[in-house]
Design a protein around this ligand. Structure first.
Ligand SMILES: C[S@@+](CC[C@H](N)C(=O)[O-])C[C@H]1O[C@@H](n2cnc3c(N)ncnc32)[C@H](O)[C@@H]1O
Length: 212
């Protein structure tokens, strides 16, 4: 059972999401990550893995639209954005966002990326989460297994200097995983957003500026 503070936190963010028009309170985790790491800087081509019900997609769209105006300069700039969200579950429509109902661990998904983006990506977000069993150790390992598969997508699709946000669960093999991901980025951090429940062992890996 969630403790009192967690319950209160959950309620507060839930209410705020309703007021702000976000589909889930997870939106505030991404806002927090953005504030701290500026992951959306010059992000126009964005993939969101495990996107349902769609609050991260809403946030990604907001920043991509702002970037069209903000970065209209001589440096890396695009005159349009492309956002794709993938989930096993149905995600209801968001205008100008491509939502795909699919399992990210299946190889066929690469064809969808190629067809839609036709280019490497500026930012990959993953809030994808395995179905929890309640056993923290098993869940930690199962989630890491999913993370390894997502890292294959990252290696193949994220552009040079692109950024990554990836959800993991803390546990014995977490450090080993981060050590493997570390060489791929100029900067690698792990971060627990304010709105993430204290009791939860959820943690986000933030990879900044992919090396090649
Ligand atoms: C915490 S929710 C994501 C919430 C989302 N970021 C938002 O703000 O609305 C995690 C999602 O990951 C999805 N997921 C888990 N495994 C997946 C997989 N193999 N392929 C695609 N989606 C997956 C689940 O179906 C679930 O909807």
């Amino acid at each position: 059972m969630a403790n009192h503070k967690d319950f209160h936190k959950k309620e507060t963010y839930y209410k705020q999401a309703k007021v702000d028009g976000y589909r889930a309170r997870s939106a505030y985790k991404l806002f927090d990550i953005q504030k701290r790491f500026n992951i959306f800087r010059r992000a126009f081509y964005i993939l969101d893995i495990g996107c349902a019900p769609g609050s991260w997609l809403q946030v990604a769209k907001k920043y991509a639209e702002e970037n069209l105006v903000k970065y209209s300069d001589q440096h890396y700039h695009r005159d349009h954005y492309k956002i794709m969200g993938v989930d096993i579950k149905k995600t209801s429509h968001i205008e100008n966002v491509n939502i795909v109902k699919a399992d990210i661990t299946k190889l066929e998904i690469q064809t969808k990326f190629n067809l839609f983006f036709q280019s490497k990506l500026d930012l990959i977000l993953s809030d994808a989460s395995i179905k929890k069993t309640g056993n923290k150790f098993t869940d930690h390992l199962k989630q890491l297994d999913l993370c390894y598969k997502i890292m294959e997508i990252v290696r193949n699709n994220l552009k040079f200097k692109g950024n990554l946000v990836l959800k993991a669960f803390q546990g014995s093999d977490f450090v080993k995983f981060t050590k493997e991901v570390n060489p791929l980025f100029k900067i690698l951090k792990s971060y627990k957003p304010m709105s993430s429940k204290k009791k939860s062992n959820e943690i986000f890996i933030i990879g900044l500026q992919k090396k090649n």
